[in-house]
Write a protein that binds this ligand. Structure first.
Ligand code: FE2
Length: 184
């Protein structure tokens, strides 16, 4: 092996965190991943706020459902930070927004949650498109199961919204939905 070839084989690229990386992340993609990470962290806090809203009204099925959703959003955030670190990046944590804590009705709250999930799906789709454009196949593969579970979440919120809409804020019907969510 010539000295030149040896040099090429031992030369390693290091990312901003000082970790070895084989493919750098495109700046536009990185910026959008950080934005998405913030959305997941905002969702974590927002769902916690919704869980408290229901707990205050003794609707413990809804409350535990939203507490669980809150924990899942933190896990999603963790998946992204874990991935960024594996790709040699330093994680940048942005400021979070103050969560909404007041709603006129359960239907309004669930509609808010559905729209939040829908925004998360759009953001993931953008990440997917940028990864494809920048030939970052690693990121596409990383995103595949996340997009799949995101679509399931959207569907789940559409289902709960349907149940709540059907009950038209009728207390006994709402209690049945609360029981249903308690069993989940
Ligand atoms: Fe999420």
């Amino acid at each position: 092996m010539s000295e030149r070839t040896l040099n090429q084989k031992t030369k390693v690229n290091y990312g901003p965190s000082g970790r070895a990386v084989s493919q750098e992340i495109d700046n536009d993609l990185l910026f959008n991943i950080f934005q998405h990470l913030t959305m997941e962290r905002n969702a974590n806090v927002q769902y916690f706020s919704m869980s408290l809203w229901f707990q205050e009204r003794d609707l413990n099925g809804f409350s535990s459902f939203f507490l669980n959703e809150s924990k899942e959003e933190l896990e999603h955030a963790y998946k992204f930070t874990d991935y960024l670190i594996a790709r040699g990046q330093n994680v940048v944590l942005h400021e979070l927004v103050q969560p909404v804590q007041q709603w006129e009705s359960i239907e309004e709250l669930i509609a808010f949650a559905f729209n939040m999930e829908s925004d998360l799906t759009i953001s993931l789709q953008q990440l997917y498109a940028i990864s494809e454009r920048t030939s970052d196949i690693r990121t596409n593969i990383f995103l595949d199961p996340i997009v799949e579970s995101q679509i399931k979440s959207e569907n789940e919120f559409a289902h709960i919204l349907g149940k709540v809409k059907f009950s038209e804020e009728n207390p006994s019907a709402i209690l049945i939905v609360d029981e249903y969510l308690n069993r989940k």
